[in-house]
Design a protein around this ligand. Structure first.
Ligand SMILES: O=P(O)(O)O[C@@H]1C[C@H](O)[C@@H](CO)O1
Ligand SMILES: Nc1nc2[nH]cnc2c(=O)[nH]1
Length: 281
């Protein structure tokens, strides 16, 4: 945003209860909120800055109906050179601000043969591949103020929120392109080789991306409710004869195409959440 729309530190934001983390090209998700106040990451002490195209690097406070929200227009990735502690810092800040639910979005490549480009996948589970190799945001001394040493991850994604997302999606006429599936995080920054893609499919992954899992893990650790939505921006090559080559421009182009629908979905979800007072797993 231009300097005129950026707020100075004299502003006292209302305590947000919902945080929306916007993935590649999805910063427009904040458009459904009113009374917006925007802060650039670069102006927030010790906050990382976004280095990837399609990540504006702004924290936006606003309201959807009566729900006070904070939107992260852009998040952080291991491949940018950030530690997982830096990648997940915003989630811990949200917890300290009083956030109760986190809605995470991202872009990913489809591995499930039934998925099409433009599908919205409600994440039901994930595989933390960097975590298997010791790149895990909860490694190191456990901070008991946030959560326990050995958190359960078998229910990281709220069942209620997943059901609500499906209902709201069909109400908005998105039923034909809404799916459910398992997201796998890789560190990136390269897209997969064909052998890697085949391996991930055999492991039960429906889509693959380079983000979100650290944030979700830290959110679950500190007791936040999580909904994950992944936009399938490309089909991952599983065949050596396939000519198409994935690239980041294509990812951003598909995100742009679906941003408005996703914004409506997220806005309606947040207002429904409040109406139905969803507060269980
Ligand atoms: O930030 P997300 O996970 O939405 O973006 C994906 C992963 C890479 O950052 C980028 C590759 O195009 O898209
Ligand atoms: N790793 C990975 N990340 C993505 N983000 C968007 N598409 C893809 C993909 O095909 N692979």
């Amino acid at each position: 945003p231009g300097p005129s729309s950026v707020t100075t530190w004299s502003f006292e934001p209302p305590q947000p209860t919902v945080a929306v983390i916007c993935g590649s090209g999805l910063g427009l998700l904040a458009d459904g909120a009113t009374g917006k106040q925007t802060f650039r990451y670069q102006d927030i002490p010790n906050f990382p800055v976004s280095t990837v195209m399609g990540h504006e690097g702004c924290l936006v406070f606003g309201t959807i109906e009566d729900t006070s929200c904070v939107f992260m227009q852009g998040h952080f990735h291991l491949y940018e050179g950030y530690s997982l502690c830096q990648v997940t810092l915003p989630v811990r800040i949200f917890k300290l601000m009083g956030v109760e639910s986190v809605l995470v979005t991202n872009a990913s490549g489809g591995l499930c043969p039934d998925f099409k480009v433009g599908d919205i996948m409600i994440i039901k589970d994930h595989i933390n591949l960097p975590g298997f190799a010791g790149q895990h945001p909860l490694c190191g001394p456990n901070d008991e103020r946030f959560g326990i040493r050995f958190p359960c991850m078998s229910d990281a994604y709220s069942k209620d929120l997943r059901r609500l997302a499906l209902d709201v999606g069909s109400e908005l006429g998105c039923g034909d392109f809404m799916r459910e599936g398992v997201y796998c995080m890789v560190s990136g920054p390269n897209f997969e080789t064909i052998a890697e893609a085949r391996m991930l499919q055999i492991l039960g992954c429906d889509s693959v991306g380079m983000s979100m899992v650290p944030e979700v893990t830290v959110a679950k650790h500190c007791g936040l409710r999580v909904l994950g939505l992944s936009l399938i921006t490309n089909k991952v090559s599983l065949d050596y004869s396939r000519e198409e080559k994935v690239n980041h421009e294509e990812v951003l182009q598909i995100s742009k195409m679906r941003a408005e629908v996703l914004q409506k979905l997220v806005t309606m979800l947040i207002s429904r959440c409040q109406q139905q007072n969803i507060n269980t797993n």
